[in-house]
Design a protein around this ligand. Structure first.
Ligand code: GRF
Length: 220
């Protein structure tokens, strides 16, 4: 089996990176991590990568005059690793439009809300403040607008009446760790295509079953 080589870009804790490391350790998983790249030298995810024996690279954005120079270095490192898919996993830098365009439909991101609701930061506080009965997480192709682009996989997670942002984040994180490897697997299997539907882009997943049930919250 030819595995799809991926580069995982991180800035911090790296729990989604860990989920990808664990998935790639399965003999039948159709992707392999070619590079773990961090813009922060102190990112804990780097230790996870080293522990797994993966190639790592730190490209500190502070060492570059501007975003164009930083993104050029990212591109050189990713291309040099042989990666064909870029996975942003808590990577806290905005990317230039030309970098995003170069990796169009070959770069994905995970975001802790049900996009297009709550792009940006503080998603859990905002979902709780809005009284949402569900929040969740999204894996999507990256476009130059922040946290936008064709949706590949989502998981819906119920809010609880006594939730604070920390509790909701922890519940959603468990779902993140399931959907990120799932999205990578679907792409590696060649089952995800971006199509124009009524003038809007949509990621279509082939060979997937429709979800089983409607969720209700509260369960009264
Ligand atoms: C996750 O919540 C992810 O959805 C968001 O940043 C966080 C990264 O967490 N983009 P980790 O570094 O993967 O643990």
């Amino acid at each position: 089996m030819e595995r799809l080589k991926i580069a995982v870009l991180i800035s911090g804790r790296g729990s989604n990176l860990q989920a990808l490391i664990d998935a790639c350790a399965q003999p039948d998983f159709p992707a392999a991590i070619a590079l773990v790249l961090s813009n922060r030298p102190d990112a804990f995810g780097l230790a996870r990568a080293r522990q797994a024996g993966l190639p790592t690279r730190v490209i500190d954005h502070k060492a570059f005059a501007d975003r164009i120079a930083f993104d050029a270095e990212l591109d050189t490192a990713i291309t040099g690793s042989g990666a064909r898919l870029v996975c942003l996993a808590g990577f806290m830098r905005l990317l230039t439009a030309s970098f995003v365009e170069r990796w169009r439909d070959r770069m994905i991101n995970i975001h802790p809300s049900l996009l297009p609701a709550f792009p940006g930061l503080h998603t859990h506080e905002r979902a709780i403040a809005a009284g949402c009965r569900f929040s969740g997480c999204t894996v999507h192709f990256v476009r130059s607008e922040m946290d936008a682009g064709p949706i590949i996989v989502q998981a819906a997670v119920p809010t609880h009446p006594d939730d604070d942002a920390e509790r909701l984040a922890a519940r959603i994180l468990q779902a993140e760790h399931r959907i990120y490897p799932m999205a990578v697997r679907l792409i590696a299997e060649g089952r995800v295509h971006v199509e124009l539907v009524d003038g809007a882009e949509r990621a279509v997943v082939s060979g997937a079953a429709a979800p089983r049930a409607t969720l209700f919250n509260p369960d009264a």
